[in-house]
Design a protein around this ligand. Structure first.
Ligand SMILES: Nc1nc2c(c(=O)[nH]1)N[C@H]1C(S)=C(S)[C@@H](COP(=O)(O)OP(=O)(O)OC[C@H]3O[C@@H](n4cnc5c(=O)[nH]c(N)nc54)[C@H](O)[C@@H]3O)O[C@H]1N2
Ligand SMILES: Nc1nc2c(c(=O)[nH]1)N[C@H]1C(S)=C(S)[C@@H](COP(=O)(O)OP(=O)(O)OC[C@H]3O[C@@H](n4cnc5c(=O)[nH]c(N)nc54)[C@H](O)[C@@H]3O)O[C@H]1N2
Ligand SMILES: [Mo]
Length: 657
């Protein structure tokens, strides 16, 4: 309907730089084509040697939210139960960790409550740190179809494409969201614009929360956020008067050193006003990657398959029993988080990394540090569709993978809907589906027996159903892929014995949350200082994010389409505010140097009022961007804070010089 990437999704599968054969680095450092047999033998023997020499914990995997759930589950199970790894994380950490953690703490389970129909049912939609106009164009289309003449409020430091379409835009000072939402809560409480009945029946911690927000007086909030007292009052009134108010957030919230508490400050507003569990309401995190939800529940990284807990012996026994494996095969400790795995590699405790469907040499925060890792590691394996990615170029071994359209499985989207993806064409050369690669590894490793039943994605789906039994994400009522197909996808939960009630379902309609007491929790904390504030030498805040609807992340796919390439700037640019530009003599088209404490890069200036003085925006789709970013993390979710670091800029050359 509205997303140009869809037109070209099959076209980009034909690119020249597809990985078509396994490639292994020879003694002279050149990547050479080898047979699958050689590649997998080498993979297994190198990893076994490293584990024997340095222990099981010296090998880790870093995976993704972009392959089918069945493949993720296979990878996580093979690596941890079959190969004995303890540490494995996903690029989902870069993206959704904050939302997952916030939901888990507030609701008792990682459970986004909404259904996409809510975009059309709301009369007040509040978008925070989200630019769905370009990042979720199909969802944005649904907002445009809303027949309730909704108020659309966008809270974003930049005048984004979405902000331009809003009925109210709050150009908030970067990283002051927590202060704004505590201030807003205070106004709602002061005016008695709260749903006391909901608070009493369905939540805990309200009194403490009300005390906590007491000091967030309008003037102070206005000063810190740059949003006037009148506008804050106006927003509070809109929320109060709305019948169906929904709060939506994305990376402007998640990618912050205090993201978990910001997400919860939105959840708190939904509790406070009873805007949850009804049509058009909710505290709703929109997912980034196509199958981040599959990764959150079934990748066996941050939690044991199906939202279970590695630290809980009953959970380990339950899962071992269902899989028919020895319970001692399941680690009784949590994995290190992504940045802790990288740090362990820097310190020489981890010697081997296996990357699957992610390109962190481009996308990881403070990238130069990441790139130096290849010198430290003894063995680096990359499993990708393309052999040209920045990360693949660092690899000792490249395993060529089939992509979307070339294999089957299921994806779970933001509204908890499980969908089947279809194979519509063959993978090029000898590339194999990730699923087939994991099967080969299991056989060569010597743990094939453990995965006897894991012969096809559809069989694994049956295993995952059994693992989900009794969990909030119970899907035992879904028969098989044909049923998913017939129904146009099915939202979890659907326990066995239930007749599919409706195609649009919300959670918490009965006000019962997943904590033992059935209540939702108010969680809050004083705002933390910005890890790297702007200063005299680095006077600007660098904002990063999506640049256009036609670019996807590190561009391994969208960069291959002649059609898409016409729809976005080919080389890196920065959005510079008119005031800063005038002060520094910068004009659109000039080459400028942007420097942080980590690195200095050259970009083309685009002078535009989309950013305010003191800010600069650079899209993430160009490899240089993450050379600048500062690696700080949310303490609960351990998600990288990609969206605020201190930089400076100066003019290098005029457009026509
Ligand atoms: N075309 C396209 N679509 C995509 C993707 C893509 O690469 N290309 N990627 C997908 C993925 S994985 C994801 S995670 C989503 C991301 O989707 P979004 O989160 O909507 O996109 P971003 O541009 O990363 O960030 C959103 C906004 O956060 C704002 N922001 C920065 N700091 C703050 C702050 O302190 N407070 C507030 N309130 N806002 C702030 C930025 O200015 C930016 O406009 O998009 C998905 N969709
Ligand atoms: N500065 C800054 N940095 C950011 C962000 C930001 O806003 N600002 N956003 C962050 C976010 S939210 C995200 S999600 C990350 C994304 O970061 P990455 O995950 O590193 O980015 P992608 O380009 O999506 O990489 C996916 C890789 O998987 C490959 N691939 C695709 N399909 C398959 C498959 O089926 N099998 C295999 N084996 N490979 C496949 C692709 O070719 C590609 O190389 O970037 C993060 N980085
Ligand atoms: Mo993401």
């Amino acid at each position: 309907m509205a997303c140009p990437k869809g037109w070209e999704a099959l076209e980009v599968l034909k690119a020249d730089d597809r990985a078509t054969h396994p490639l292994m680095r020879d003694d002279f450092g050149t990547l050479q084509r080898v047979s699958w047999n050689t590649a997998i033998e080498h993979f297994c023997s190198r990893i076994q040697q490293i584990q024997e020499r340095y222990g099981k914990e010296s090998v880790a995997f870093l995976s993704t939210g972009q392959i089918p759930t069945e493949e993720m589950a296979f990878l996580g199970s093979l690596a941890k139960f079959g190969m004995g790894m303890v540490h494995g994380d996903g690029n989902t950490r870069q993206c959704m960790a904050t939302a997952a953690t916030a939901y888990k703490q507030s609701f008792g389970f990682d459970a986004p409550p909404f259904t996409y129909q809510d975009f059309e049912e709301s009369d007040v939609l509040v978008f925070v740190g989200a630019n769905p106009c370009i990042a979720h164009p199909i969802m944005w289309e649904r907002v445009m179809r809303n027949r309730h003449s909704p108020e659309i409020i966008v809270i974003d430091p930049r005048v984004t494409e979405t902000a331009m379409q809003a009925s109210l835009h709050l150009p908030i000072a970067p990283k002051s969201d927590l202060t704004l939402f505590y201030g807003l809560a205070r106004v709602l409480i002061e005016n008695n614009w709260v749903d006391q009945k909901y608070l009493d029946s369905h939540t805990t911690g309200y009194e403490e929360f009300a005390r906590h927000v007491q000091p967030y007086k309008l003037e102070m909030v206005a000063e810190r956020t740059g949003i006037s007292p009148d506008t804050i009052l106006h927003l509070a009134r809109l929320i109060h008067e709305g019948k169906r108010v929904s709060f939506w957030w994305t990376m402007g919230v998640n990618q912050s050193y205090e993201g978990t508490r910001v997400a919860q400050s939105l959840i708190n507003l939904a509790f406070l006003t009873g805007n949850i569990g009804r049509p058009g309401t909710g505290a709703n995190s929109i997912t980034g990657q196509c199958n981040a939800m599959g990764s959150r529940l079934f990748s066996n990284t941050t939690n044991l398959l199906g939202g279970h807990d590695f630290l809980n012996v009953n959970h380990r026994e339950k899962v071992a029993d269902i899989l028919g494996i020895d319970v001692h095969r399941i680690p009784d400790q949590n994995s290190l988080a992504y940045h802790e795995i990288l740090q362990a590699a820097e310190e020489g405790r981890i010697k081997c990394l296996w990357f699957i469907a992610t390109n962190p040499a481009h996308s990881w925060i403070n990238q130069d540090r990441m790139r130096k890792l290849s010198e430290k590691l003894e063995f680096l394996v990359v499993q990708d569709m393309y052999c040209s990615t920045e990360t693949a170029q660092m690899a000792d071994l490249i395993l060529p993978a089939a992509g979307w359209g070339e294999k089957e499985g299921t994806f779970i989207n933001s509204e908890r809907r499980i969908n089947v993806i279809k194979k519509v064409c063959a993978a090029p050369g000898e590339a194999l589906s990730d699923f087939s690669i994991f099967r080969l590894i299991a056989e060569h490793w010597g743990c094939g027996e453990m995965f006897q039943e894991w012969t096809s994605p559809e069989n694994v789906f049956q295993i995952l159903k059994r693992v989900s039994a009794g969990q909030p994400c119970d899907i035992t009522g879904i028969a098989d892929y044909p049923m998913l197909d017939r129904e146009g996808g099915i939202q979890w939960p659907l326990p066995a014995g239930t007749v599919l009630p409706s195609s649009q379902r919300r959670l918490f309609e009965d006000g019962r949350y997943f904590h033992a007491d059935g209540k939702g929790r108010f969680l809050f904390e004083a705002p933390a200082p910005i890890p790297e504030p702007a200063c005299e030498e680095y006077p600007l805040v660098l904002l990063t994010g999506r640049g256009s609807a036609s670019q996807w992340h590190t561009q391994t796919r969208t960069g291959k389409s002649a059609v898409l390439r016409k729809l976005y700037p080919q080389s890196i640019f920065a959005e510079v505010s008119p005031d800063d530009a005038t002060r520094l003599g910068i004009r659109t088209g000039d080459t400028i140097e942007v420097y942080s404490r980590r690195a200095s890069i050259q970009v083309r200036a685009v002078v535009t009022a989309s950013v305010k003085s003191g800010q600069i925006f650079i899209p993430m789709h160009y490899a240089e961007t993450n050379r600048l970013t500062h690696d700080s993390f949310d303490p609960y979710s351990k998600q990288p804070s990609y969206k605020a670091c201190a930089v400076g800029m100066r003019k290098i050359a005029g457009a026509h010089s």
